[in-house]
Design a protein around this ligand. Sequence first.
Ligand SMILES: *Cc1c(COP(=O)(O)O)cnc(C)c1O
Length: 393
Amino acid sequence: MERYTRVYAKIDLDAAEWNMREMRANLTEGAGIIAVVKTDGYGHGAAPIAKAVDPYAAGYAVATVEEARNLQCHGITKPVLILGAVHPGCSRELVRYGIRPSVFTLRQAEALSEAARALGKTAEFHLAVDTGMSRIGVSCDAAGADLAARIAGLPGLHLEGVFTHFAQADEADKTPARRQLGRYREFLAMLAARGISVPIRHISNSAGILELPEAHFDMVRAGISLYGLYPSDEAARDRVRLRPVLSLRSFVTYVKEIPEGAKVSYGGTFTAKHPMRIATIPVGYGDGYPRNLSGKGCVLIRGKRAPILGRVCMDQFMADVTDIPGVQEDDPVTLIGEDGGERIPVEELAETGGGFHYEIVCDIGKRVPRVYVRGGQVLGTKDYFNDVYEDFL
Ligand SMILES: *Cc1c(COP(=O)(O)O)cnc(C)c1O
């Protein structure tokens, strides 16, 4: 961490393991966890997260073929499922590397079957069924079950799982989620009636894991909860105690006094009403720090809250340290996380700026190195600017 003097995201791998253990202890008997590491592990870094939780994971889920390959290239050998639509043109790559696609059209299924035949392999896939998201999946009715039967019967294909996705399980009122669950069960019965056996049934996202034990089936898909965040503020926090995995740290680069009447940052949206002491912090929306925190957010310096003054720029912003004695250059700044007794959770950034906590972690930029820590030791870093091009440039 000493290497990083501007900003870094500390990724606490102990917390990720803790979250997996906490969830596992609360699953219904026989259910396993698929660790969802799409969007580079919700911005935390997919490969290090996957490796850290590998002993607790039955498999992984991502959004793209590239994400799946990236995990495999980093030595992940457990099954990887792609949760969204994959273009039929990628079928050979899927089959070659044993990546499980979500299949729900005949076009996809036929391309996959053809690739399996050409490569002399069996293609495992998961059938997606639409129980209420209207996003992907075969329709949840007899026509959908007929299509599923037709797909499952194609040569070279093996149906490994059938899944659907909750649209509102993170809300206090579980009626819509239970309605989806009911439809899913009916669909499974329709498949059974057509002689189709389903090895892995899965429906639950984090919200389902936390609050719908009747929806755990054979596997659950843990996304946001793996990273220690609750899916919403309506989600129950008592059964599974999650620990946030990511904190975002920086350093004061400059401290100065400004007189009454001085304006701060672009647009002059803040004017000092009295002499102030302000600190400059070398992080901005170019690092994924939300610009909508301008004049609203806070950071922690010396365990105290320092309010953001004026607009967040691309690479820097200013904070009021008038009431924090002794602030000087190189003082650590906490943008997300704890300092002393104070804490700024990701959810606070979302609430203050009118954003979404999932999006805030996913959007932490390429300029922010991720530093992986376990047992107080730095295990490694992910630094997008540490590329080596050899003779290419
Ligand atoms: C992203 C995603 C998940 C994980 O959702 P969380 O709310 O982050 O747990 C699970 N299933 C599907 C299909 C997804 O797209």
